[in-house]
Design a protein around this ligand. Structure first.
Ligand SMILES: [Zn+2]
Length: 80
């Protein structure tokens, strides 16, 4: 569980499960590799993601992490 304060000031927290803050993004290549596995335990999917994305519910900014932690986002996107 972690907190991330958005640039708009909203304090995001992924401690509730489920939540509308955190998303898991899988590349097409990863999805293709996963499709060759006979069965994929649902709980193991978060370990196979390519990007972890947090979306601020207030301003809709996206914070994209590519590491297995929440230290610093690699990209930040703001809606136009
Ligand atoms: Zn925000």
């Amino acid at each position: 569980m972690a907190h991330l304060v958005c640039k708009c000031g909203y304090d995001m927290w992924n401690g509730e499960s489920p939540n509308d803050i955190e998303f898991w993004a899988f590349s097409d290549k990863t999805m293709d590799e996963l499709s060759y596995e006979d069965s994929i335990p649902f709980l193991s999917l978060p370990n196979k993601y390519d990007y972890n994305v947090w979306r601020c519910p207030k301003c809709k900014r996206l914070y994209v992490f590519d590491e297995k932690g929440y230290v610093q986002p690699k990209y930040v996107y703001r809606p136009e």
